[in-house]
Design a binder for this molecule. Structure first.
Ligand code: ZN
Length: 317
């Protein structure tokens, strides 16, 4: 296994500013509530280790539970699969429509969010000696990432499928890309099994996720404005995510947390609300020099303590 560090020159305001999140976040919560009105499916056990779940907190009145074994967080109630898929698709369209009004943000996101992800996938395919891969992108349409993947010299063809329809047959693929797709899945093991069945033996799975063991998620808890359903119906611990992939039949080639935003996210919450409860140490950190904060972010990356996780798995033959 290898891990890697990422340059820290990305600024939160240029990729996912806290200001301006409110409208999209409200849409997400409303879409989740509407889907739950179709009938709630209570998640009684951890999808990773089947452990019992305990109350953890709530997001705008929607309850979250935590697995005390693996420390993953889950939205307690999800909707039946069809209603859930519709809610996820609806918020994806609303995000896209909103981003359309912010062309500058879209360009900066392409450069600082999607380009590094593409480089990661291309470099991994190259290091693994894979050429001309057929890639399955598990994403809700419209995806900003599809065109980048399609244009990549490492990729022969791209097919896209929403989480709910991955298993619906289709040709085998050499690699699958799940950018935060497990975070919004109503049934992560089912999704991984479906992806597994589409991959050729030895096929690669690329996963990114927000993890509950990362600095800003731990520090801010349920005050973290980036934690909301349906996009974050699951917030696994890093160890839980590893276990989830291994349990689905993948050997892990990479587990890393190359996040660059943890400290900035805590900072921006404090700027918005100076009364944000933090430990004395966290408060000291957010008022320390830019150099100190940057060094701390590097430490988080290096020691698997950032909230942005990246994993590569290989389907066991
Ligand atoms: Zn668990």
């Amino acid at each position: 296994m290898w891990s890697s560090l990422t340059s820290q020159s990305v600024h939160l305001n240029s990729v996912k500013p806290l200001k301006g999140l409110d409208e999209y976040r409200a849409n997400c919560v409303a879409a989740t509530r509407a889907a739950l009105n179709a009938g709630a499916v209570v998640r009684a056990a951890c999808p990773i280790d089947a452990g019992p779940l305990e109350a953890a907190g709530s997001v705008d009145g929607l309850a979250y539970v935590r697995c005390p074994r693996c420390r993953s967080l889950y939205l307690r109630d999800v909707a039946p699969p069809d209603a859930w898929a519709r809610a996820v698709a609806e918020v994806s369209r609303s995000r896209h429509a909103m981003n359309g009004f912010h062309a500058r943000l879209t360009a900066e996101r392409a450069a600082s969010v999607y380009q590094p992800k593409l480089s990661w996938i291309e470099n991994t395919l190259r290091l693994q000696g894979r050429r001309d891969s057929n890639v399955l992108e598990v994403a809700v349409e419209p995806s900003d990432f599809t065109s980048l993947l399609t244009a990549s010299a490492a990729v022969a063809a791209v097919s896209s499928a929403a989480e709910a329809v991955v298993s619906g047959g289709g040709a085998s693929v050499d690699a699958a890309v799940l950018l935060e797709a497990l975070d919004r899945s109503d049934d992560p093991p089912r999704l991984l099994n479906a992806v597994h069945s589409r991959l050729v033996p030895g096929g690669l799975i690329f996963v990114t996720a927000l993890v509950a063991t990362g600095f800003d998620v731990v520090s801010l808890g349920f005050r973290n404005r980036y934690l909301y359903p349906p996009d974050r119906a699951n917030c696994f611990s890093l160890a839980g995510l590893e276990q989830l992939l291994q349990g689905a039949g993948f050997d892990l080639l990479e587990v890393s947390t190359p996040g660059v935003l943890d400290v900035q996210i805590v900072n921006s919450h404090v700027e918005e609300d100076p009364a944000t409860p933090l430990s004395a140490f966290e408060r000291q950190l957010v008022s320390s020099s830019a150099a100190a904060q940057s060094a701390f972010q590097g430490f988080l990356q290096e020691h698997h303590l950032s909230s942005f996780a990246r994993l590569v798995g290989r389907k066991r033959a």
